[in-house]
Design a protein around this ligand. Structure first.
Ligand SMILES: [Zn+2]
Length: 279
């Protein structure tokens, strides 16, 4: 998937979607999960149940798995664990740590995406670019993060969400409808969000003081949400879902124009995520 190696016995390997060292560290490898996918109101993936440790992806060669992917796991481990427990803060990361964390988030998100969707949105030719360009991320990917220390204690140490839900900032009728996708990964209190957009005319728009840009290292467009907490129902993973859906994309607008737009309907979007179409 990430290189041109021909897979046969001896070169074939299985990559853990959630890395083995994370499952062992948090002792959650035997936790049974049931990943599902929806399109509209229908479930499009077979409902399956298996332990987290068995959530693995083929199509990756042993050279990649034991080479650059393994090195990336080793390199990210100290900062990822400290961030996931709140022992370090995102703003203290060095530039190199930030790049390593971004590449790890992108790698994990791409593996998760391929493992969960047979009809995947993020194009396969983007995968080898992640391996072949070690100092950057493929064009079209952005990585955002936040730490949410007030997370409930009884949550599983890792969760993931994927969707195509972006807040859209554009003038009506002026922009195309780009192919887009988002993948959220939470490890402990660290929320990571990997966003993909096929069209460079669109730029990510963050929720001010919420989305911290990891890659690219600066975000140019922000909106003020002024979330009305009295209008939303607090649910177990509301914080994770809110971080996921609140990232927007803009085309043809500068910051001053975004400031003048009406406040985005975040409360409705959040309720909609939980209540439809997956009822
Ligand atoms: Zn390979």
């Amino acid at each position: 998937m990430f290189c041109s190696a021909v897979l046969r016995s001896g070169t074939r390997s299985l990559e853990h979607v959630f890395p083995d060292w994370i499952l062992r560290h948090f002792r959650i490898g035997d936790h049974v999960i049931s990943p599902q996918a929806w399109k509209g109101t229908s479930v499009v993936s077979a409902v399956r149940r298996h332990p987290l440790a068995a959530f693995r992806l083929g199509g990756i060669c042993a050279g990649c798995n034991n080479g650059w992917m393994s090195a990336l796991e080793q390199n990210v481990k100290p900062s990822l664990l400290a961030l996931s427990k709140g022992e370090r803060h995102l703003s203290d990361l060095t530039h190199l740590e930030q790049r390593t964390l971004s590449r790890w988030a992108a790698k994990t998100a791409l593996v998760l995406h391929a493992a969960t969707y047979s009809d995947q949105v993020i194009p396969r030719p983007l995968y080898p670019l992640l391996r072949s360009q070690p100092k950057q991320l493929p064009t079209g990917l952005a990585v955002l993060a936040i730490q949410t220390p007030d997370l409930a204690d009884d949550l599983l140490a890792v969760t993931a969400i994927q969707s195509d839900r972006f807040l859209i900032f554009s003038r009506p009728g002026t922009a195309s409808d780009p192919v887009r996708w988002k993948i959220s990964l939470r490890v402990g209190i660290l929320q990571l969000l990997v966003s993909y957009c096929s069209d460079a005319a669109w730029t990510p728009v963050g929720w001010r003081d919420v989305h911290k840009a990891l890659w690219p290292t600066q975000m140019t467009l922000f909106y003020a949400a002024g979330l009305r907490r009295d209008l939303v129902t607090t649910r177990k993973e509301s914080g994770t879902v809110l971080f996921h859906i609140s990232l927007g994309i803009a085309a043809g607008l500068v910051q001053a124009e975004i400031e003048l737009l009406p406040r985005p309907p975040l409360e409705q979007e959040l309720e909609r995520f939980f209540t439809s179409p997956r009822k």
